[in-house]
Design a protein. Structure first.
Lengths: 128, 128
DNA sequence: TCGAAAATTGACTTTTACGTAAATGCCATG
DNA sequence: CATGGCATTTACGTAAAAGTCAATTTTCGA
């Protein structure tokens, strides 16, 4: 496990621009440390970037991603806060379960679409 | 199966604005017929709206949704076109499989986060 | 130590997916 | 017939999430 990554190393690894990583920093999603003015990314920042991009692929907004990331952190110490957090986590999970249903349905329809294409191709292959 | 739906019926059913449905029409995703100037939505339009919103929940852009919808339609008659379409469908499916991996990972992490919260709560419940 | 390559900041621009407002049409009902 | 209630069109507005550009530093390898 490396100790630090430069910004360009990570832009190459994740195929994002430096602007994007700075944007995420401005948004408070990551907090790379500084050596002078230069950003140094720790493995934890790298892991956060991974989670952010995963959230993006699933269609979550930056704010939603921020919420999700907070859920991964140390739980709060106060009972009310804890219960609230559990409620939020459950909501987000329901959200994801909906996405999963959407995903399976879409995959099924695409399977069917491909099958139709393949059949059509077979017909043409036979007739030609 | 009803023959026609009005725009407001559908806005209520799907919880979207009229602006949104008109936007989808402008984008060519749906083509409700007209009685005078008034839009009448057929079951097929209704089904398309369902598919569009499903795509949105999965984080697809309007252009991606347009592509997916085209895949559901009658396959083209020409061999080259058919092969191209099969390739595109396969790409989209790979895309969805990536989303599925992302989704499962996120769900797993949220499961873990909730568990941590519940444990913390149990500790507090005992100590208090 | 010196110069190219890399990094930074700040400002402005762009794209997507609608929101919102204004002016007007259509029609049923009292 | 006027009033209310949806519908429509046109046009401009906006928030999110970066992209792009310019003008500086800063760093690092020879």
């Amino acid at each position: 496990m490396r100790e630090y990554y430069t910004i360009t190393e990570l832009t190459r690894e994740f195929d994002v621009s430096t602007r994007t990583l700075r944007f995420y920093e401005d948004e408070g999603l990551i907090q790379p440390i500084r050596r002078g003015r230069t950003r140094l990314f720790r493995p934890s920042d790298r892991h956060l970037i991974r989670q952010i991009l995963r959230g993006k692929r699933l269609g979550f907004s930056i704010n939603e991603i921020r919420e999700i990331i907070q859920m991964y952190r140390e739980p709060p110490g106060e009972v009310g806060q804890l219960k609230l957090m559990i409620k939020r986590i459950e909501e987000k999970r329901e959200d994801l379960r909906q996405k999963r249903r959407d995903l399976e349905e879409t995959l099924t329809e695409l399977d069917h679409a491909e099958e139709t294409c393949v059949e059509r191709l077979a017909e043409l292959g036979v007739n030609t």
